[in-house]
Design a protein around this ligand. Structure first.
Ligand code: NI
Length: 375
């Protein structure tokens, strides 16, 4: 199936679609599933597609999930199959995830007589946000599912390396916004103003202590300020400043403690600068927690295939987390870094590339996990 999968992948790569707009992609997915003898259900959470490979013998249901969406990035790879859609690019490998799951589905359909149980295939929209997993679950895709598996190809792992670990592996990805209201005025007479820029500078510096002073050294957390707006001229102290950013945590208790601390710190520190500060929190994807049993299937598959195996956790967010809140499952990484170091770029970079030699390895990993689950 490798050549077919690569052909599908390159077609999807030429025509990336953003979250909840994956109409062409999901139509291609459904068409391929039908050609493989499956009966897909379309239009779940706008563009989501599901299908089931029902084995001839009874057994558990294992869900395999792929994400289909691209990113609002102008591609600069110069690849022969580079994006033909201005300002859109598959810069996270979801084109490969989709194509790999399609190839896996066709192989599984041919294995029906020997399958003891069901494999449920899920092609979901909008992983990059606002999230397709949660709405698909609300539409019932998990109703008969016993276990779940998801794969992410990874550009900073050598091609063919597998990374999996039980427990928390991807972070809760929340966002926040801070609004500081001061008193504007002439920049030459600062004593007649309450400067929100100085308050913001002090507050952003103080926020660096949330992780270094308020979080256990044995736990992980990130607080990053990523946007700041305020002011309009060189000689005006502005009336207000706003800034926003992200909070990444693994443990719900750490998440709650950081949010509580920010609710305290923002108004009180701003007040000490004669300004008023408001903290707004917005909940994002939850932390992704792997179950040890499906982790063992993945590790065993990697060992059987003689692939290097390591543990990996990242502070990135991933909406696979929602499925794993409901059913035991595992999310694992397969290295797909290009061979030449100068072609390795991080995920979400305009020059992001993955090595297609990961394709048959990914399909084999999925198939061996199916074998372990439906044995
Ligand atoms: Ni991704």
């Amino acid at each position: 199936m490798t050549d077919t999968v690569i052909e599908i992948r390159r077609d999807l790569h030429r025509h990336p679609e953003l979250g909840f707009q994956e109409f062409r992609t999901s139509a291609k997915v459904a068409e391929f599933l039908r050609q493989s003898g499956l009966e897909p259900t379309e239009g779940i959470a706008v563009t989501g597609v599901t299908a089931e490979v029902r084995g001839d013998q009874p057994g558990p249901t294992l869900m395999l999930r792929a994400d289909m969406d691209a990113l609002p990035i102008e591609e600069e790879t110069g690849l022969e199959f580079a994006s033909q859609e201005p300002g859109k690019m598959h810069a996270c490998g979801h084109d490969l995830h989709t194509a790999i799951l399609l190839g896996t589905a066709r192989i599984l359909q041919a294995m029906k007589p020997s399958l003891k149980g069901t494999v449920k295939l899920i092609f979901q929209p909008a992983e990059e946000g606002p999230g397709g997993a949660d709405p698909m679950i609300k539409e019932g895709v998990l109703s008969n599912v016993d276990y779940a598996l998801g794969l992410h190809l990874w550009s900073d792992l050598p091609c063919g390396h597998v990374a999996i670990s039980p427990g928390p592996v991807m972070a809760a990805a929340d966002t926040f916004r801070v609004k500081i209201h001061g008193k504007g005025g002439h920049a030459a007479y600062p004593h007649e103003s309450a400067d929100p820029i100085v308050a913001a500078a002090a507050l952003i510096t103080a926020m660096q202590t949330l992780v270094s002073r308020n979080t256990s050294p044995f736990d992980s957390a990130v607080v990053s300020v990523t946007q700041i707006q305020g002011g309009s001229a060189d000689n005006i102290i502005p009336e207000r400043v706003e800034f926003s950013g992200t909070i990444r945590t693994f443990q719900p208790s750490t998440r709650a403690a950081l949010v509580k601390r920010l609710h305290e710190m923002v108004p009180s520190l701003c007040q000490s600068y004669g300004t008023e500060g408001e903290f707004q929190f917005s909940e994002g994807y939850p932390a992704l927690i792997n179950d040890p049993v499906p982790c063992r299937w993945v590790a065993q598959a990697a060992e059987q295939m003689k692939l290097p195996l390591s543990a990996q956790a990242t502070m990135g967010g991933e909406d696979m987390a929602y499925y794993l809140q409901k059913v035991p499952g595992a999310f694992f990484f397969l290295g797909a870094a290009p061979d030449q170091a100068e072609r390795v770029f991080p995920h979400h970079h305009p020059k992001f590339e993955l090595d297609e030699r990961a394709v048959p390895l990914a399909m084999e990993l999925f198939l061996r996990c199916v074998e372990s689950c439906l044995k």
